[in-house]
Design a protein around this ligand. Sequence first.
Ligand code: ARG
Length: 269
Amino acid sequence: MKKILALLLALLMVTCLLTACGGDDTATDTNTEGGDANQKPVLKMATNAYFQPYEYYDANNNIIGIDAEIAAAIADKLGMTLQIEDMQFNSILNAVKSDAVDFGMAGLTITEDRKLEVDFTNTYATGKQVIIVVEGGTVASPDDLAGKKIGVQLGTTGDAYATGDYGLNEDETPNGNVIQYNNGNEAVLALIGGAVQAVIIDNEPAKALVAANAGKGLKILETEYVYEEYAICVKKGNTELLQKLNTAIDELTKDGTIEGIINKYIPAN
Ligand code: ARG
């Protein structure tokens, strides 16, 4: 009997995972302009919508942000209806590779490793990795990071850099100092709770996280950690879509649309 119960529970959990229980999987149709959107072909985007100001949920549970709006503008140009699939950040590349979606857009940094897995469009925005700490805490500069617990979002470049620089023993085995969370918010909660002494994450999401936790004594260190370029990724060899996306990005750059969207979400930009 116990076995059957355990099996049922396991099954339930798997179903839960597959359907992303908890309502995180709202496929947001951001194209609400007149006409019957359903007649247009669907353009599916994979993202992880816990990354303000690039992609996050508004009060009405719609995914908004820089990426969401640029993607909607691109879909519009292509005469398609954008559909956004929210998933774990480290599932995005696989979703793209397996054709579950058409492209991935998630403040996604172009890296040599990822280039082996997917193809990237031209870049549409830049970012940098920064370090969030607690005011008056034990980390006052990057030099203090060695030996401290560092929180990151699983599978991000922040994770890769932190692990490479501070997370390995001499024999390359993990030393337990870099702790991977599902998203930046969880990492920041761990920082506030004292489980980690620093969080390494992209600059704009860092600002949003510090602002969302005002009064908790968080600050971003002056020094930047690494500069990055964001781009959209498609399945390797999908040159047709890649070219369409690049043309759209080009036009939306030239006519100021992308700059306008970025300035709307990052006013001081
Ligand atoms: N720029 C970093 C990377 O590419 C972090 C991106 C995280 N994006 C997100 N939507 N959660 O690894």
